[in-house]
Design a protein around this ligand. Structure first.
Ligand code: HEM
Length: 413
């Protein structure tokens, strides 16, 4: 039974539905106060809710590794495993679910792609994409801003920087969304098979992309990575590069789609905040950080215990799964006073956990910050009268980690 008031919960395991992202915040607030670490038998994870515990876990990457971050919640059936073998599906751990020293080697190359300077070189093209997309919706009376803008905008940006043809955006968005549901949702056996049928062509597409860039390198990040490899497998193998690309082709847009949608939902829902942004665009970067604190699109992330340990007085065994509630850490009152209020004047807002922390800290953060800023600038300048259609129901996809509205209707008049 889910609580809707603050009565004490004696068994968080029963009360917690890890896939229900509709409104996780009241339960998490109670957990932080009453039982900050609890076990979820539903998914066999230890759930960690306080900021300091989450950060300590991120910091100690030897005890708590990231190797389970893309482990499917529903283990793959034998039929699925056979389909992956037959389809020569060979992505390997490179970034999110990798461990040192291999992670450190690969990350040292990928870091060089996402420098703020390189990202800024893409700013004019990103602004053009934003303006073109906003232009297409500005004369409509009512739009679903997710379907008409935030779903595809980050993918067009990412494809531009990676050097992937823009016409492939709809197909790759579909493949990426499918992959998220397969790994982070709870598909039935039949759904798992159907989703796997989509996974194999996604991998083949990525391998093909890398081969094309090897033959014909251009001014894009995929080609940059191939140049850094310099034909030397001890630096990076081609399979590692393709594995990095499939990771980026998922991590680099689904997250941003949801974060921009969350920002629009909350800023338009707090009208004075939106009006302030329209009048003071220099506050946009700080607003983005506060939005990521208040409602992070990657609402949870995972770690795996390589040895037994004690966290905040709770003994956690070796080989256990941890679900780190980034959305809960970001509302921890000991770090962020009045955490349920949007306040863009917070001094420490950049201490939020929405991009993770430590050796796996989001490598795409400079791109995400840049593109979200440019889109918000374009929207506040072009459509300052935008407002939410009243009384709409906001739905979220059932999964454990990615939170953003499925639809969000806005009007301009
Ligand atoms: C608002 C948008 C985004 C959010 C909220 C987000 C969030 C995160 C989080 C929570 C992690 C895990 C960090 C950890 O384990 O400590 C992560 C890792 C990662 N993100 Fe992002 N991300 C976003 C955008 C992007 C973009 C645009 C890209 C690429 C273009 C990207 C690529 C990655 C990659 C490759 C990793 C794995 C890094 C590693 O393990 O070394 N992300 N991100």
């Amino acid at each position: 039974m889910k609580p809707d008031s603050k009565c004490p919960i004696h068994n968080f395991d029963d009360a917690f539905d890890p896939l229900d992202l509709a409104n996780p915040y009241p339960l998490l607030e109670q957990a932080r106060e009453e039982q900050p670490i609890f076990y979820s038998s539903d998914i066999d994870y230890w759930v960690v809710t306080q900021y300091d515990d989450i950060k300590a876990i991120f910091r100690d990457h030897e005890t708590y590794t990231a190797e389970n971050t893309i482990t499917p919640i529903v283990p793959f059936s034998d039929a699925v495993k056979a389909m992956l073998d037959d389809g020569a599906y060979t992505p390997q751990p490179v970034l999110s679910n990798n461990v040192p020293p291999s992670h450190s080697r690969i990350r040292s190359y990928v870091n060089r792609l996402f420098t703020p300077r390189r990202m800024n070189s893409f700013a004019p093209a990103i602004r053009q994409i934003a303006q073109d997309m906003v232009e297409r919706i500005k004369d409509k009376e009512q739009v679903d801003i997710v379907a008409d803008l935030t779903y595809e905008f980050p993918a067009y940006v990412l494809f531009h920087v990676l050097g992937v043809p823009a016409e492939d955006v709809p197909q790759v968005k579909e493949w990426a969304g499918n992959r998220l549901k397969l790994y982070y949702g709870r598909p039935t056996a039949d759904e798992q098979i159907a989703m796997t049928q989509n996974l194999v062509p996604f991998w083949k597409y990525t391998v093909n992309l890398v081969n094309k860039k090897v033959a014909n390198p251009q001014d894009d990040l995929t080609s940059d990575l191939i140049r850094l490899r310099d034909g030397d497998d001890s630096k990076l193998t081609l399979n590692e590069i393709a594995s990095c690309m499939i990771t980026l082709l998922v991590a680099g847009h689904e997250t941003t789609t949801a974060q921009i949608s969350n920002t629009l939902l909350h800023w338009l829902g707090n009208r004075e905040q939106w009006d302030l942004l329209c009048k003071n665009p220099e506050q946009i970067p700080q607003s983005i950080e506060e939005s990521m604190r208040y409602d992070p699109s990657v609402c949870t992330w995972r770690r795996f215990t390589r040895k037994a340990s004690t966290i905040n007085g709770v003994d956690i065994p070796e080989n256990a799964n941890l679900l780190l509630m980034l959305n809960s850490g970001n509302r921890d009152v000991t770090i962020f006073p009045e955490p349920d209020n949007i306040d863009i004047t917070r001094d420490n807002v950049r201490d939020h956990l929405a991009f993770g922390y430590g050796i796996h800290y989001c490598v795409g953060a400079p791109l995400a910050r840049l593109e979200m800023g440019i889109l918000l600038e374009t929207l506040t300048q072009t459509l300052p009268n935008m407002h939410l259609v009243p009384d709409q129901t906001i739905d979220y996809v059932r999964n454990i980690s990615f939170r953003g509205p499925v639809k969000l209707f806005v009007e301009y008049q």
